[in-house]
Structures are given as structure tokens and as C-alpha cells.
Design a protein around this ligand. Structure first.
Ligand SMILES: [Cu+2]
Length: 263
């Protein structure tokens, strides 16, 4: 059923550890909506026949006296309450509470701007350097504080984020200008990027590949072109990429070039 659902909606297959829970929940809601559709449509057809004006030339102002529509309404409310409190809120809670600790996850900062994504990696020391919006300029697009020792080995990339497969990933989402949204459909994750806030998001990719990071909020005239890529690869490929980016970063620092690999 889920395969058919994905086929019909054009949603790409799941590539994250928690994703099957989201898919199962979507399937459950779809079944419920199908049942609801059949019931309401049957009722509609029944009403057309039963209350046809030819059969009832004079309107009955008292209406239907039966109790069953009321019971049916209560039944729908009950099922919707079960969906909300039994499934939706617990699933949301699982995805929002208890993020992995910084020591057990790969931490990357994703900073949105009109119209692209900047990714900030902590580098060899494992610590993200301080950022300050007042330091943002064309040479330093994320406002990295170069006086902070933790920022020395930091890596900044544009529109491409690499991660190893099978490792928990903690993405700290921020924005430089307006509200954007970090959305990777294959990972079954989506969260807003709000200026002034750092919003955590976590998931574990279980499939390798190149996945589009879309912006899920209409953020301006260039919104349609705002996309990045999440590249999920083997640990070895990831290590090599990180090394290459660190070298590019060091080189650009020496030449006072913009400190963004691939900028
Ligand atoms: Cu955007």
C-alpha cells in the first residue's frame, strides 16, 4: 500500500531510519480518509435519492429525526482524537524531544539565506566556531568570528552538505534574513529556519545518494531556485571530502579569499 501511495503522490522512497514511521502514519491517515470518503459519499447519494424533490414536493421543515448521524459524527471525532493524541503527537514528540548529544552525532549548521544554503562544519577540533551576524560580509558569509580559536579549522560550504551513511546527524538550522525551511523529502524531515533562532533537527540517513534540500517556505522572488544537496556517502568518502574541503578552506584563508569552499 505504501509503495502505491508513494507512486501516486510522487513522493520519493524513504532514506532515513525513522522514515517508515512517517510513511506508516501517512498510510493510516489515507485509509481513514478513504473510509470517510466512502461513508460521506454514500450518504450524499442516499440523500439525493431519499430527499428528491419529485418524491417530496413540499419541504419538511422538521428535518431528519434519526439519531444515527449524531453517532456517526461522534465516531468521526473519536477516530480523529485517536489519530491526534494516539499517533500524531507521540510521533511528533519522538522527533522533537531528546536530540542526540553533540558527542554522538555529526553536527552541521545549516544557515539559510536568500536564496541558498550555507553549511558550517566544526572541522578537526569538533567545535563550531562562534558566529556573529555583525561580522557577515562577502568574504565571510556566515559571520564566523576568526578570533575564536574554535573557528580556525571550521569548514563552510555552499549548497552542498556531505554526511556519512548510518550516523546520527544533528542539523542546527538558522537563517540570515527571512523564514526559510529545511526540507529533505527522502529523509522525511522538514523544519523552519527562523532568523534569530537556532532550531535543531536530527535524523539518521540509511541510504547513500544525492538528495535535494528544498526550501519549504515561500521566501522571496528567488525561492524556486533555492536548493542545496545532501550527499550521503560512505564514511571513507565523507572523510576524503572533509579533508579536501579543509584544504580548500585553509588555502582560501591564506589568500584572503571568501572562506567558502566552492563559493
Ligand atoms: Cu528559502
Amino acid at each position: 500500500m505504501i509503495a502505491l501511495l508513494l507512486e501516486l503522490t510522487g513522493i520519493s522512497p524513504n532514506a532515513a531510519e525513522h522514515g517508515h514511521q512517517v510513511d506508516q502514519f501517512m498510510e493510516l491517515i489515507l485509509w481513514f480518509m478513504l473510509i470517510l470518503f466512502v461513508i460521506w459519499f454514500s450518504f450524499f447519494v442516499y440523500s439525493l435519492v431519499k430527499f428528491n424533490s419529485k418524491k417530496h414536493p413540499k419541504a419538511n421543515y422538521e428535518g431528519l429525526k434519526a439519531d444515527w448521524p449524531k453517532h456517526l459524527e461522534w465516531g468521526v471525532i473519536f477516530v480523529e482524537m485517536v489519530l491526534l493524541f494516539g499517533f500524531s503527537i507521540p510521533l511528533w514528540g519522538k522527533r522533537v524531544l531528546n536530540p542526540p548529544s553533540v558527542s554522538e552525532a555529526i553536527v552541521v549548521e545549516a544557515i539559510a539565506q536568500q536564496f541558498g544554503w550555507l553549511f558550517h562544519y566544526p572541522g578537526a577540533d569538533g567545535k563550531l566556531g562562534k558566529r556573529d551576524n555583525f561580522l557577515i560580509d562577502p568574504m565571510n558569509p556566515i559571520g564566523l568570528d576568526k578570533t575564536d580559536p574554535a573557528s580556525k579549522d571550521d569548514i563552510v560550504t555552499m549548497n552542498e552538505m556531505h554526511v556519512p551513511v548510518g550516523k546520527p546527524l544533528l542539523v542546527q538550522i538558522g537563517s540570515k534574513d527571512v523564514v526559510h525551511n529545511f526540507y529533505v523529502i527522502q529523509m522525511r524531515i522538514q523544519r523552519d529556519a527562523i532568523p534569530g533562532l537556532t532550531i535543531p533537527l536530527w535524523f539518521t540517513p540509511i541510504k547513500t545518494g544525492r538528495f535535494e534540500i528544498a526550501c519549504g517556505q515561500l521566501c522571496g522572488v528567488g525561492h524556486f531556485a533555492m536548493k542545496g544537496y545532501l550527499v550521503v556517502e560512505s564514511q571513507e568518502e565523507y572523510n576524503n571530502w572533509l579533508k579536501q574541503m579543509a584544504e580548500m578552506n585553509a588555502e582560501s584563508n591564506n589568500h584572503a579569499q571568501p572562506s567558502v569552499a566552492g563559493y
